[in-house]
Structures are given as structure tokens and as C-alpha cells.
Design a protein around this ligand. Structure first.
Ligand SMILES: [Zn+2]
Length: 156
């Protein structure tokens, strides 16, 4: 048998686990974006005047024209359910005690992936308006989880 021939009795794959963790920095735009959530309970976008496009979360450069973005805009804390799903398993694959509603919430010309709260799955509708519910300020850590969830606007 030459080096390039495969022994049919050889194992197909090595078995094992690879412990991998990673850490990403926020970057300049992310730093400011998360600081606004933590300190002010505000969601910031970055506006590109060339493209008339508001990036949420805020970005440092326009993906379309590559211009540096320095127009920060408060996009408010209300968005619209663009799509949603129900999670029955946690991120580690273990079953959840109760299914969790997760949605992509359109804000500006972008949006955030987050939980929905104070609503039953059967009452969620595409296009419904939802509002960010923040943790109390002294419990915020500069993370997207400083927003507990988005809940339907009262009266909608
Ligand atoms: Zn642009």
C-alpha cells in the first residue's frame, strides 16, 4: 500500500472534544453602542448620508459605500417583529423548562436578535411593534442582555 492509499480498516474520524472559547472586542462603534445601552438605556444607530441607511447596531463603516460613519442617531427603543421562532432547547442543547421566544426585531434599517417577553407565542405577529425592556441601570453590564426582552407596545 502506498502513502496515498487509504486503509479501509482505518478509523474514519478521531473522536474527542475540542474545548474552544473565543472573545471578540466590541470595536469603536460597538463600544459606544453598548455604552449607550448601559448608561442611558438608548439604542444607537449610525447613519450613512451617502446611502440614506441607518445601521443598527451602529457600525463604524458603511457596508455599501465604505464611508466612515460619524452620524450617531438615537433610533428609539421600539422595533418591529420581522421574524420569530420558539426555542425548545438551550444553547447547550438541553431542554428548556419553557419554550423561549426569539425574534429578529427591525430597528432603523437593521435590527437586533433578542427575546420577546410578556407575550404568548400564539399572540406574536410579524410586524407587531415591540419595545425594549431594560434591566435596572445598576444591574447593566454593557451587554445586549442589558435589554431583558422586547415586549408588545401596550395597546397594540
Ligand atoms: Zn454608505
Amino acid at each position: 500500500m502506498t502513502l496515498l492509499e487509504r486503509d479501509p480498516k482505518a478509523p474514519q474520524a478521531w473522536q474527542g472534544d475540542l474545548p474552544v472559547t473565543s472573545r471578540y472586542t466590541f470595536g469603536l462603534a460597538g463600544e459606544r453602542f453598548f455604552r449607550a445601552i448601559k448608561d442611558e438605556g438608548r439604542i444607537l444607530g449610525a447613519y450613512c448620508p451617502n446611502c440614506d441607511h441607518t445601521y443598527v447596531p451602529a457600525a463604524l463603516f458603511c457596508e455599501r459605500c465604505l464611508a466612515e460613519l460619524d452620524e450617531w442617531v438615537d433610533v428609539g427603543v421600539i422595533g418591529e417583529v420581522h421574524t420569530f421562532t420558539l426555542l425548545y432547547e438551550g444553547y447547550d442543547g438541553s431542554p428548556l423548562e419553557a419554550p423561549e421566544l426569539v425574534a429578529f426585531i427591525r430597528i432603523g434599517d437593521g435590527g437586533l436578535l433578542h427575546r420577546l417577553g410578556e407575550v404568548r407565542p400564539e399572540d406574536v405577529e410579524i410586524g407587531m411593534q415591540v419595545e425594549a425592556v431594560f434591566k435596572p441601570q445598576d444591574q447593566r453590564q454593557g451587554s445586549i442582555l442589558d435589554i431583558l426582552y422586547f415586549c408588545p407596545l401596550s395597546g397594540s
